[in-house]
Design a binder for this molecule. Structure first.
Ligand SMILES: *Cc1c(COP(=O)(O)O)cnc(C)c1O
Length: 358
């Protein structure tokens, strides 16, 4: 607290990221990073870009990277926006595309950064409860309670922290029923499941799909995220970006991310490993008496039928194993969100849980 703060700063409730402790020998399953290293081609490209050109500003439009993303997804470069992590892309989206005079809608259980952006940019919002089984009910976004139109819709797919995926046919039903609202599908974990809303972009001018290199691409440390949508939405995001920071991606990030998007074979190999480990982890947890929600992501959301979520998290921590626990809302307090690690890490987690749960 300081008397020099603005009124806005006083009113903020900042996001609390999962901890990044500087301890050795940790099994770190709390922030959904990829347990595998980035593609060797990414490291080569960054090494190659590490030279005296660092004295020059980077390309403000990240043209080479946007071209590589466009090829990856089969869209055009003017349908691609890039930012310093998808969190920055989301922030610009809230200000540039979701801030209108009506409340925006998102699930009551979803990425906890969304209400933070609403606070920062003073955007009214309404949280729509997920169903009992934590699935998103599209009907709840078609007919809002008092019949008033919404100011936009955002949700992660697969959802975080539940891991549950919504079928693309359902995303399309939501789009068809909301022709006048921007609909943002946050596909931070989209690479880990079969379906993507990217295929719907050409048909729905209100659709923005946000993706990141932090999870499936093993590049959380490089801070690169992007959005795909029709050129009008992308132009809006560029207007915000050029009113905030014209050079959000540095030279090394642009070089590494471009090489990353060009190495699809490496991505597919690591995806296969993570998905196979996710299925083994799910089976192992189920055998220990956990209820595990079906996951389309690189983490699982699980509760033990007899042990409390906070107590399990603390007991794991005492054994140098980090998982994520959310106290709020109350109905997810019994759950642990466990990132899928390497197989040896998953085995260590299961062994520890076997000791703790008896
Ligand atoms: C991890 C995550 C992000 C942020 O990713 P960055 O690109 O690392 O900023 C955005 N949305 C969801 C749902 C996430 O889980």
């Amino acid at each position: 607290m300081s008397r020099f703060w603005s009124a806005v700063t006083h009113g903020l409730t900042p996001y609390v990221p999962g901890e990044q402790p500087k301890l050795a020998n940790l099994v770190k399953l709390n922030t959904n990073e990829n347990p595998y290293p980035p593609s060797p081609k990414v490291l080569e490209a960054i090494a190659k870009a590490t030279n005296d050109t660092l004295r020059l500003y980077p390309d403000p439009n990240s043209d080479a990277l946007r071209a590589a993303i466009a090829v990856f997804h089969g869209v055009t470069a003017d349908q691609v926006f890039v930012g310093n992590g998808s969190d920055e892309v989301l922030a610009h989206t809230f200000l540039g595309l979701l801030k209108h005079d009506r409340p925006i809608l998102f699930p009551d259980i979803s990425y906890s950064f969304y209400p933070v952006y609403c606070g920062l940019y003073q955007i009214a919002h309404r949280e729509i409860p997920l169903a009992e089984d934590f699935s998103l009910r599209v009907d709840d976004y078609l007919n809002t309670p008092n019949g008033t139109p919404n100011g936009g819709i955002i949700f992660p797919n697969p959802n975080a922290p539940t891991g549950r995926a919504l079928a693309v046919s359902e995303v399309e039903r939501l789009l068809a029923g909301n022709p006048d609202s921007v609909v943002v599908v946050d596909e931070a974990y989209g690479d880990f499941c079969a379906e993507s809303a990217v295929a719907l972009i050409q048909q729905y001018p209100q659709l923005l799909v946000v993706r990141t290199l932090s999870k499936a691409h093993s590049l959380a440390g490089l801070r690169v995220g992007y959005a795909l949508g029709q050129a009008g939405l992308i132009e809006g995001l560029n207007r915000v970006k050029d009113s905030f920071n014209s050079y959000p991606l540095d030279r090394l990030a642009q070089a590494g991310a471009t090489a990353c998007m060009q190495d699809r074979a490496y991505l597919e190999a690591t995806l296969g490993q993570v998905i196979a480990s996710r299925e083994r982890l799910t089976a192992g947890l189920t055998a220990l008496g956990f209820l595990v929600l079906p996951s389309g992501a690189n983490f699982v959301f699980a509760r033990h039928l007899d042990h409390d979520g906070a107590a399990l998290t603390a007991a794991l921590r005492a054994r140098s194993i980090l998982v994520r626990h959310f106290k709020q809302p109350a109905r997810i307090a019994p759950f642990l969100r466990i990132s899928v690690g390497t197989d040896p890490e998953c085995v260590r987690l299961l062994q520890a849980l076997r000791e703790i749960c008896g």
